[in-house]
Design a protein around this ligand. Structure first.
Ligand code: SF4
Length: 85
């Protein structure tokens, strides 16, 4: 392998690595932006008819949700409530 071939292959590897890092960064932002705004799902900071976030499949302790953006109270509720089995 010549010096030029080594430089070219090293550049190819570095470019591929940079592209992969950029793709992960973009994907991470996309995931973060996919969360729903509280107003769309009528989020409230209090329970609703015995349902509350800490009894929902989407709740992530201590205070977030996999689908709704922002700080989520364990005793909050929204229209996307899905009971834990
Ligand atoms: S009730 Fe709504 S905000 Fe609360 S955890 Fe479930 S989906 Fe998230």
């Amino acid at each position: 392998m010549s010096n030029n071939e080594i430089k070219t292959s090293r550049r190819t590897v570095l470019c591929a690595g940079a592209a992969a890092v950029a793709a992960v960064g973009i994907a991470g932002r996309a995931v973060a932006q996919e969360k729903i705004d509280k107003s769309i799902v009528m989020y409230q900071d209090k329970p609703h008819e015995g349902q509350q976030c800490d009894k929902c499949l989407q709740f992530v302790a201590p205070n977030s949700c996999t689908i709704v953006a922002g700080v989520i109270s364990p005793t909050g509720w929204c229209g996307a409530f899905a009971p834990k089995p």
